[in-house]
Ligand binder design. Structure first.
Ligand SMILES: Nc1ncnc2c1ncn2[C@@H]1O[C@H](COP(=O)(O)OP(=O)(O)O)[C@@H](O)[C@H]1O
Ligand SMILES: O=C(OP(=O)(O)O)[C@H](O)COP(=O)(O)O
Length: 394
């Protein structure tokens, strides 16, 4: 059983709060969407209102990714969103960070620097080893308690997510509490269950596909996005040079697992029957049998939406993670919009993923039973598996 904020004596305490505000970033480094920041307002404002000294820990992007930035813009946006005053400090652990925490006023919020600026944070550890890392040992002396509200990163066994509960009293934040209530018992949702797996984190999605098909949780898996293109490639379709390069870059060794899944569960995995390519800045739909195309496949086509819609019409539960296409470009947001609208025909609908939630906001899509802040984390839970960060709190 995980303790919640109802169990925390917050007044005057220095509380480290791990949130997941990992967000789409514009070309100029600004936040492109604040969905995840908005999700954490309840937890952060509640702690500040209860007179805690709130210390925010978070990551943004991954080393080498285009969205790997400081958290300065996140702190500015949180200052707009929260009732409590918010400040930013450009280190993550050590004496400067501890001094900043010591100086923090009751009821105020301090955002520390991106945890992933620190090398051990992108490694996985057992909780007792994570508790000995520089990040954890360099902050614990200044903290009285730890709250994990970062459901969307809870599938990562990284120091900021699993190391603190071994050294401090640990609690679930309100986002974590809500997500576990909504997603913690997927086996009790209506059947047949249809998983729609898209986006670009192909390795996560293939892990989930294997798990839900092996366990029987999934009656069907419908594939879109780079995941769909990966399965098309794995099935022997020549996509064309541009799309094949994206698939090989994104899928890596997961391509072999996609081939194995098709061999084992081919009848339960649906692949796109047409794609939309970018040709002369236009959206052109191409049937799979007419591939290869020199132009990159950026979305699923309308025939695929129709075919997948027929499956979703009869679904008891639809679980969707990952946009169906490059939704950031209007011409290639069509598949995501039309498919997610069709998915609402299912009796119970769950949507997961940071970019997916951002896509729903951008496209004005609503009417789903639960929109998770997590993608991989939600999918991991939806496979009936445990989350390392939740286990560490227990
Ligand atoms: N066919 C495609 N080609 C290239 N990128 C794609 C394609 N379809 C979707 N994407 C990209 O996938 C990204 C989101 O994937 P992912 O991070 O897995 O989603 P989430 O954060 O919701 O789990 C978006 O940036 C989108 O542009
Ligand atoms: O965006 C996230 O995951 P998601 O893309 O599965 O929603 C989380 O912030 C975890 O990020 P990571 O996949 O870089 O560890």
């Amino acid at each position: 059983m995980v303790r919640t904020l109802d169990d925390l004596d917050a007044a005057g305490a220095a509380v480290g709060v791990r949130v997941d505000i990992n967000s789409p970033i514009d070309d100029d480094g600004a936040l492109a969407d604040d969905t995840r920041l908005q999700a954490h307002v309840d937890t952060l404002d509640e702690l500040a209102a209860r007179d805690a000294r709130v210390v925010v820990l978070a990551h943004q992007g991954r080393p080498g990714s285009d969205d790997f930035t400081t958290l300065a813009a996140h702190a500015d946006r949180l200052d707009d969103l929260l009732d409590a005053p918010v400040s930013y400090h450009d280190t993550t652990f050590g004496q400067d960070a501890r001094d900043a925490i010591t100086d923090l006023a009751h009821g105020h919020v301090l955002v520390l620097e991106n945890t992933r600026f620190y090398s051990e944070e992108v490694m996985s550890f057992d909780p007792e080893v994570a508790a000995e890392t520089h990040l954890v040992t360099g902050l614990v002396p200044a903290l009285d308690a730890y709250v994990n509200d970062a459901f969307a990163a809870a599938h990562r066994s990284q120091p900021s997510l699993v190391g603190f509960p071994a050294a401090l009293p640990g609690y679930a934040g309100r986002v974590m509490e809500r997500e576990l209530d909504a997603l913690g018992d997927i086996g009790s949702t209506p059947t047949p269950r249809v998983y729609v797996l898209g986006g670009a984190k192909v390795d996560d999605s293939i892990d989930v596909a294997a798990s839900v098909l092996d366990s029987g949780l999934a009656d069907r898996v419908l594939t879109t996005g780079v995941v769909g293109n990966t399965f098309l490639h794995a099935s022997g379709v020549d996509l064309g040079p541009a799309s094949t390069e994206v698939v090989k870059d994104r899928a890596g060794e997961a391509l072999t697992r996609a081939e194995e899944l098709l061999d084992t569960y081919g009848d339960r995995i649906a692949l796109p029957v047409d794609v939309a390519v970018e040709r002369d800045d236009e959206r052109i739909e191409v049937a799979v049998e007419d591939l290869p195309s020199d132009d990159p496949a950026m979305d699923i086509g309308s025939e695929t939406v129709a075919a997948y819609g027929d499956v979703l019409d009869d679904a008891g539960t639809a679980i969707l993670n990952g946009p169906a296409g490059v939704f950031e470009m209007d011409a290639f947001s069509v598949g995501t919009r039309d498919l997610f609208e069709a998915a609402r025909a299912a009796e119970y609908t769950v949507v997961g993923g940071g970019d997916t939630a951002a896509a729903l906001r951008r496209l004005g899509l609503s009417g789903f039973d639960h929109v998770s802040t997590g993608g991989g984390a939600a999918l991991t839970l939806l496979t009936g598996e445990s989350l390392p960060a939740v286990e560490a709190l227990s």
